[in-house]
Write a protein that binds this ligand. Structure first.
Ligand SMILES: Nc1ncnc2c1ncn2[C@@H]1O[C@H](COP(=O)(O)OP(=O)(O)O)[C@@H](O)[C@H]1O
Ligand SMILES: [Mg+2]
Length: 224
């Protein structure tokens, strides 16, 4: 569905994404793993064309739309969840009547259907869930989720991962980056561990990991 070849980005002469090559198949959940500053967000933003790449190719196979949930979601503080989705949906040019129905479904999916409070009093978990609902507007085939579990408590994390599993079972293709490696191991089909913008390890769920968990592999890979 998507292929990146030698994807490269420099900021102020420093290479922060360094010849990344990877492919994502339709229906797959793919993990971008790495410690802070590894280049995960920059990679996601290059796929979205929010950041211009300095080298390499990104190939999208077929016509599809992309949904994006950013690392630090921000929404107009005086709107409710419903109003936020309506606002973003209209910006996207979605049909008004469909939108109303879609918003009801999305709010229910992320557990915000009964919420009439304004976004400014939302907890981190509620913001993350609203960001996911916003990413799902227009029913995109590919989802890019930048740290959707960041700042969530244990229950919030479980709920978010369950939601992602549900989206996978609906056939969505998902690129996700998270530090909760146990969760990533469960929900992802594959992924890459990057450090200073370089791939150090390519992980596949069904490969033989010699009894090592993804977390163990991650620590061994990035610590040197
Ligand atoms: N707009 C920018 N200008 C300069 N440096 C940046 C910019 N965005 C990110 N960086 C740098 O690029 C590196 C990778 O950042 P990022 O992709 O956000 O990493 P991650 O998401 O893996 O934590 C970091 O060293 C960061 O400081
Ligand atoms: Mg990031």
């Amino acid at each position: 569905m998507l292929s990146c070849k030698d994807l490269t980005k420099q900021y102020n002469g420093i290479t922060v994404v360094d010849h990344l090559t990877f492919q994502i198949k339709k229906g797959e959940v793919f993990a971008l793993l790495g410690t802070n500053g590894a280049g995960k967000t920059t990679t996601i933003k290059m796929i979205l064309e929010l950041v211009e790449k300095n080298g390499g190719q990104i190939e999208k196979y077929g016509e599809y739309t992309i949904g994006y949930s950013p690392e630090t979601p921000y929404f107009p503080p005086f709107l409710t969840a419903r109003e936020v989705l309506s606002y973003y949906g209209r910006i996207q040019g979605l049909d008004k009547r469909d939108l109303k129905k879609d918003i009801a479904t999305l709010l229910q999916l992320v557990g915000l259907e009964d919420n009439r409070t304004k976004v400014k009093v939302y907890s981190k978990g509620m913001l993350q869930r609203l960001a996911l609902a916003q990413a799902l507007l227009g029913d995109p085939m590919l989802l890019l989720l930048d740290e959707p579990t960041a700042g969530l408590d244990a229950l919030g994390r479980v709920e978010m991962i369950e939601l992602i599993g549900k989206l996978k079972s609906q056939g969505k293709t998902i690129i996700i980056n998270s530090h909760i490696l146990n969760d990533m191991e469960r929900v992802c089909d594959g992924g890459i561990i990057i450090k200073k913008g370089k791939i150090l390890y390519t992980w596949e769920k069904n490969a033989d990991h010699h009894g090592k968990s993804l977390e163990e592999i991650f620590v061994e890979t990035v610590k040197n």
